[in-house]
Design a protein around this ligand. Structure first.
Ligand SMILES: [Zn+2]
Ligand SMILES: [Zn+2]
Length: 345
């Protein structure tokens, strides 16, 4: 089979590899579509070595759908030929958190395309049968890949923000995670959703995904001033940080009102980021961090299948496996108005 292999930072080659064979509880998937995630581009550019000490060669990719090609001997709930979306994470099932049903924080999780676990940018990929979710015929493979970020948006709003936490939301960053955050906030009844980004194309998308007002940011204080002007100087009830930059984490504390909630969703490159503790303390803010998603995949599929969530709106680029390098460069450089690029293995 062919795989897109990261051989060193910023260089992907197409290589022939042996097709893997599923163990009894596993499923072999013929991968049909892979979405490129912001976190993938961090690995691509070599920015996450602090976390996982990436060993090259390495295969990236974790947002994927396809057809079941083969099932292991002990698998009964998945059949050959099924069209499926695969969850990227394979939790251990035994630890304290898995036992409590909080698999998204399992310390032993094997997550596709991260920390020593190769990803799905190949013609075939192996998953545990519990990672497989059937998709209806009206959901295209490319749209199904967007379930992964959409599930993160649902997790953040339902499990971290919770119901009735506020009317006004400030969303920092309108890449895929920012867009699903705006969408999910509105889906759950938010009044005002203020979305920010530097890139015009992303702000246009934010409006289509439910943002009620957008802020084109050039310098950090722009969004702070924008939110102040629209909230009588008080700040937003909930701040969703999806910028993934150190400066956006610093900014998050300045956007929230007294007793507001800040949810950090983005992954800044390189461990730490400065946080304005004085500003946060005076307003007695709550600060929570999101880790992937928990039990939201099927709802994400339903939202896409029903047309309530238009996955196609964020898919701006579609490329064959041979052009994986180009897909990653687009995403790394935020060029050509890219929001989500899809690779077809
Ligand atoms: Zn992702
Ligand atoms: Zn576990």
């Amino acid at each position: 089979m062919r795989s897109a292999v990261l051989v060193e930072p910023n260089r992907i080659e197409i290589q022939e590899r042996p097709r893997p064979i599923p163990q009894p509880e596993e499923v072999l998937v013929r991968v049909r579509a892979v979405g490129i995630c912001g976190s993938d581009t961090h690995y691509f550019a070599g920015w996450r070595d602090h976390e996982s000490s990436t060993v090259y060669p390495f295969v990236l990719g974790h947002e994927f759908s396809g057809e079941v090609a083969e099932v292991g001997a002990a698998v009964n709930d998945v059949k050959e030929g099924m069209r499926v979306l695969c969850a990227p994470d394979r939790p251990c099932g035994d630890c304290e958190w898995c036992v409590k049903g909080q698999e998204n924080v399992c310390p032993q999780v094997a997550f596709a395309g991260s920390a020593g676990v190769e990803g799905c940018l190949s013609e075939y990929y192996i998953v545990h049968h519990s990672q497989v979710h059937p998709i209806p015929d009206n959901v295209e493979f490319k749209a199904a890949t967007v379930c992964e970020p959409l599930a993160i948006g649902l997790h953040n709003i339902d499990n971290l923000v919770g119901p009735d936490k506020g009317e006004s939301f400030a969303v920092i960053g309108s890449g895929p995670i920012g867009l699903v955050s705006s969408f999910c906030a509105r889906l759950r009844g938010a009044g005002d959703v203020f979305a920010a980004d530097r890139i015009e194309a992303r702000l246009d998308a934010a409006l289509q995904y439910g943002a009620t007002d957008i802020c084109r940011v050039e310098k950090e204080s722009d969004f702070v001033d924008f939110i102040a002007a629209r909230t009588d100087g008080k700040g937003a009830d909930v701040v969703l940080e999806a910028g993934g930059e150190k400066s956006s984490i610093t900014q998050a504390a300045k956007l929230a009102r007294i007793h507001g909630l800040v949810v950090i969703e983005g992954i800044p490159s390189g461990g730490d980021a400065p946080f304005d503790v004085d500003s946060a303390r005076r307003r007695e803010l709550s600060l929570v961090f999101g880790r992937r998603s928990l039990k939201k995949t099927d709802e994400a599929i339903d939202l896409i299948a029903s047309g309530e969530f238009d996955a196609g709106r964020m898919i701006t680029h579609e490329l064959p496996l041979e052009e994986t390098q180009a897909a990653f460069e687009l995403c790394r450089d935020y060029s050509d108005g890219v929001i989500k690029a899809i690779v077809y293995p």
